[in-house]
Design a protein around this ligand. Structure first.
Ligand SMILES: *Cc1c(COP(=O)(O)O)cnc(C)c1O
Length: 448
């Protein structure tokens, strides 16, 4: 047995951009320099330093529009936690999407770009009273309630906000185990979210809200998990939710809306085959309509909450190589100037990424590499297994695609490393939309 457990396929040309994983404007010029949004990454590195998140604005806008068109008869809430800046919130607003926020902090971004309150939905399994009050104050259109305590809190707060009457959805744990990493599977019984369907808790919650008559109950919600590449889980969840709706309809309880959550997967490697948005829309629409017809109930207004599928492919992370260690017969360790603090997904979810030499040409043969960071932790891995030209060396720029979702938003300061900036690129111009954190920023928090 080889010491190396997993080996990705050897690329036909290690210098060429691999298909399906880069944002749409990514190209390579004749000097081998990666360009995104018409800007050479060498220029980004020089102007803003590394590591840096590069945000392809046109790509993000295009994905918002693609979802808008594919799911034209759905409400589409962009799950802002995937990647939230004022720019991304503004583009979601401009392209007609709605916005899913789950904390007061995320709500602040909606406010900052004047996101129409009726198009904002608030999530969260443990919203504080202050957060619920902030949502009511802003007049959000939907609140997804996750627990009995939250129903109490919301009902108690409502009289203080006579002008706010949000539609309420109840989050249901449908008992489907999504085909994804355990930390991002969210609809089986043994996890923290929602009202359980099998135990009857969900039905009981619906009846309680209806009996109290204080909240405007609009429907049910389910989010089965994240980075899901197959459609069966969504269909199974839809079926179970329609089943519950039908049972409630027998007692005259009409729930006009059904929110199927997010979780649509993207390609992190050329082997990943995500279902295209239009196909996904068809599958969900058909599954719900079929089940409703069978059970003789009306077809609800559908909603989805894509986050990763919109933001993920729009982002790439640019790093500079600092050290290269050739471990004979094992692999080459390429250490960069960032790491698990700017991309914790590899350590947290065993996420798979690829890497590209980004600042020059090389005709060297491919060699197996692991891209690691500069943190004091052996789990500090950015790209577990991929190939780079064997002459990769200190000073090289390398880029990791598909880091637009859950990288900047999960970034942290382990080892007191300041978080990288977000550089938006569009039509040949780069601008910093989130500035680089500094050691002074970090020291400023320590008021002891
Ligand atoms: C995280 C989350 C989403 C978005 O998930 P993606 O995988 O980014 O599409 C949508 N809805 C809820 C409730 C979530 O928690």
């Amino acid at each position: 047995m080889s010491v190396v457990e997993t080996q990705p396929p050897l690329p036909a040309d290690v210098s060429a951009l691999r298909t399906g994983i880069w944002s749409t404007t990514a190209t390579q010029d004749q000097d081998g320099v990666l360009n995104i949004g018409g800007v050479p990454v060498t220029e980004i590195a020089e102007r803003y330093g590394t590591p840096a998140y590069v945000f392809d604005e046109a790509d993000f806008r295009m994905r918002c529009t693609t979802y808008r068109e594919a799911f034209h008869d759905f409400d589409i809430y962009y799950a802002s936690k995937a990647f939230l800046t004022r720019t991304s919130a503004r583009i979601a607003k401009e392209t007609g999407l709605s916005l899913d926020v789950c904390t007061e902090g995320e709500l602040a971004y909606a406010k900052a770009v004047d996101f129409p309150p009726e198009r904002v939905l608030m999530h969260g399994n443990n919203k504080s009273e202050a957060e619920l009050a902030a949502a009511l104050e802003y007049g959000v259109g939907r609140i997804v309630v996750d627990s009995r305590e939250e129903l109490d809190r919301l009902e108690a707060l409502l009289p203080s906000f006579p002008n706010s009457r949000p539609g309420v959805l109840l989050r249901v744990t449908v008992g489907v185990r999504a085909d994804t990493h355990a930390h991002i599977a969210t609809a089986h019984e043994d996890q923290k979210f929602g009202f359980s369907l099998v135990s009857g808790e969900a039905e009981e919650a619906v009846r309680r809200v209806v009996d109290n008559g204080l909240l405007e109950l609009r429907g049910l919600h389910s989010h089965i998990g994240s980075q899901i590449l197959t459609t069966q889980g969504f269909e199974a969840a839809a079926k179970r939710l329609v089943g519950l709706r039908a049972k409630l309809a027998e007692d005259g309880i009409d729930l006009p809306e059904l929110d199927l959550g997010g979780g649509f997967g993207i390609a992190y490697t050329s082997e990943d085959q995500p279902t295209p948005a239009a196909e996904m829309a068809d599958i969900l629409r058909t599954a719900v309509a079929k089940e409703c017809a069978q059970l003789g109930v009306s077809v609800p207004r559908l909603a989805i909450e894509p986050g990763r599928a919109i933001a993920g492919p729009s982002g790439a992370t640019l790093y500079r190589v600092g050290t290269v260690k050739h471990r004979e017969g094992i692999r080459t360790f390429v250490a960069v100037d960032g790491g698990m603090s700017d991309n914790v997904r590899t350590a947290l979810y065993a996420a798979t990424y690829t890497v590209q030499l980004a600042g020059r040409v090389s005709d060297a043969a491919p060699t197996l590499v692991r891209v690691v960071g500069k943190h004091c932790d052996a789990g500090d891995v950015v790209v577990r297994d991929d190939h780079l030209p064997a002459d990769v060396r200190a000073g090289d720029l390398i880029a990791v695609p598909g880091t637009g979702a859950y990288c900047r938003s999960l970034a942290h300061n382990y080892n007191q490393i300041p978080r990288p900036p977000v550089i938006a690129v569009l039509e040949g111009r780069a601008r910093e939309i989130v500035r680089r954190e500094t050691v002074a920023d970090l020291m400023g928090l320590d008021v002891g």
